[in-house]
Design a protein around this ligand. Structure first.
Ligand code: GLA
Length: 344
C-alpha cells in the first residue's frame, strides 16, 4: 500500500490525533493503518488537564503511558496535547475552598501540573501543545477563560516557561482554530512576538485545520503560513478534517437546531459528487502545503478514519466523511487524489 508518511518523508511529518485508548481500543486493521501511514501520533484526550489530574495531586497516567509505550514500540514520534487549556480542565485549579484561588496559587498549580506531565515524558515527546485556544473569537486578544481572567494576559508566558524547564529538549507549540483567519492571525503574531521578546521558546504554531467542504479559506491559509514563517516559527497543520455535512450558517444555532435542519443526510453513504469535491479540495490543500514545505513541519489529522472523527458527534450526531480513510480503513478517493496530486 502507498503511504502518506513515505510520500511526504522529505517534506513534513504526517500525524494522526487519536481518540480513545491506544492500543486497547484499536483493531488490528486500525493499528496497521496507524503504523503504515503516519509517523507521529498525538492523543486526542488522555493528556488533557482533566484526565491527567482530576483532583489536585491525584494523577492518572495510565492511558498516556500506554500510548507512549505503543508509539515507542512502533517507532512513531509523539506530540503531546495539551498542557494548558480552559476546556477539559478541572475546576480545582481555580478554587480555594469556597473562594477563587489567588493568582499565585493558580500559577503554582500550573507549574506543578506542567512539571508532572511534561517531566514524566521528558525525552519521549517530540513537542507539546503548551497552550490551546487562548484567543478571543471577537475583537479582543484573549478569551476570558479562568486562566486569562485570574492569572492575567501573561498566563501563557508562564506556561511556556514552565514547559521549557520541564522538558528542555521538547519543541513547544501554540495551537489554535481559525489561526489562519485575519481575526486571529494578528493575535498569533503578537503571542509569538511576546514569547520571543522575553527569550522564551516557541517552535511552531498549530493551525488546527477544522475546515468545511466548499469553504476552505485557501488564501488565508497561504497568507498565514507566510506570515508565521516570517515571524520565525514553523507551522503545523494540526487536527485537520473537512466537514462534508455541516453548512456554514450554523454559527448562531444550537446543535439541536442544526440537527433538526440538516439531519443526517449521508447516513447511507457519501454521495459521489461530495467524494469528488472532497478529493479535489484535499488535493488542492496538499498542493498548497507542499508549496510551503519549508515552513511546515507536520500535517496531522484529527481522527484515524471517518468512523473515528469527532465530526460524527459534534455539534450533533450525523454520519460524516471528513478524512482520507473510510470506516474500513481503506484510502478514499481523497486519499488517491492527495497521492496522485503529490507524486514526487
Ligand atoms: C479542539 C481540541 C481538540 C479536540 C477538538 C474537538 O480542537 O484542541 O483536542 O478536543 O477541539 O473536541
Amino acid at each position: 500500500m502507498e503511504s502518506l508518511k513515505r510520500l511526504f518523508h522529505d517534506e513534513f511529518h504526517i500525524g494522526t490525533m487519536l481518540m480513545g485508548t491506544l492500543p486497547a481500543e484499536y483493531s488490528a486493521d486500525e493499528r496497521a493503518l496507524i503504523e503504515t501511514q503516519f509517523d507521529v501520533v498525538t492523543p486526542a484526550y488522555c493528556m488533557k488537564p482533566l484526565p491527567v489530574q482530576p483532583q489536585e495531586g491525584v494523577f492518572d497516567f495510565e492511558q498516556a503511558d500506554a500510548l507512549v509505550a505503543y508509539a515507542q514500540a512502533h517507532g512513531l514520534l509523539i506530540t503531546g496535547h495539551t498542557l494548558i487549556w480552559h476546556l477539559s480542565c478541572p475546576e480545582w485549579f481555580f478554587r480555594d475552598g469556597e473562594e477563587t484561588a489567588s493568582r499565585e496559587t493558580i500559577l503554582q498549580r500550573m507549574e506543578a501540573h506542567i512539571h508532572a506531565l511534561a517531566g514524566r515524558y521528558r525525552g519521549k515527546i517530540l513537542g507539546w501543545d503548551v497552550v490551546n485556544e487562548a484567543f478571543d473569537t471577537g475583537p479582543g486578544y484573549l478569551q476570558p477563560t479562568p486562566w486569562a481572567a485570574l492569572v492575567g494576559d501573561d498566563f501563557y508566558l508562564h506556561a511556556f516557561a514552565f514547559a521549557r524547564e520541564a522538558d528542555p529538549e521538547a519543541q513547544l507549540y501554540y495551537n489554535e482554530w481559525d489561526a489562519e483567519m485575519p481575526a486571529k492571525r494578528w493575535k498569533t503574531l503578537r503571542l509569538i512576538d511576546e514569547l520571543k521578546s522575553r527569550g522564551l521558546r516557541i517552535d511552531a504554531v498549530g493551525i488546527q485545520g477544522h475546515w468545511e467542504l466548499d469553504a476552505i479559506p485557501f488564501k488565508e491559509i497561504d497568507q498565514a503560513i507566510t506570515e508565521f514563517q516570517a515571524a520565525g516559527v514553523q507551522v503545523m497543520i494540526t487536527e485537520l478534517d473537512i466537514d462534508v455535512v455541516l453548512p456554514r450558517f450554523i454559527d448562531d444555532l444550537t446543535g439541536d437546531q442544526v440537527a433538526e435542519m440538516v439531519g443526517d443526510p449521508y447516513a447511507d453513504g457519501c454521495p459521489p459528487d461530495i467524494q469528488a469535491r472532497l478529493a479535489e479540495q484535499y488535493a488542492e490543500l496538499f498542493r498548497l502545503f507542499r508549496h510551503h514545505a519549508a515552513a511546515i513541519d507536520r500535517i496531522a489529522f484529527l481522527g484515524l478514519h471517518d468512523g473515528r472523527s469527532w465530526l460524527n458527534l459534534w455539534p450533533y450526531r450525523r454520519t460524516n466523511y471528513p478524512l482520507l480513510f473510510d470506516r474500513q480503513c481503506r484510502g478514499k478517493t481523497a486519499y488517491q487524489a492527495v497521492l496522485e496530486g503529490c507524486e514526487l
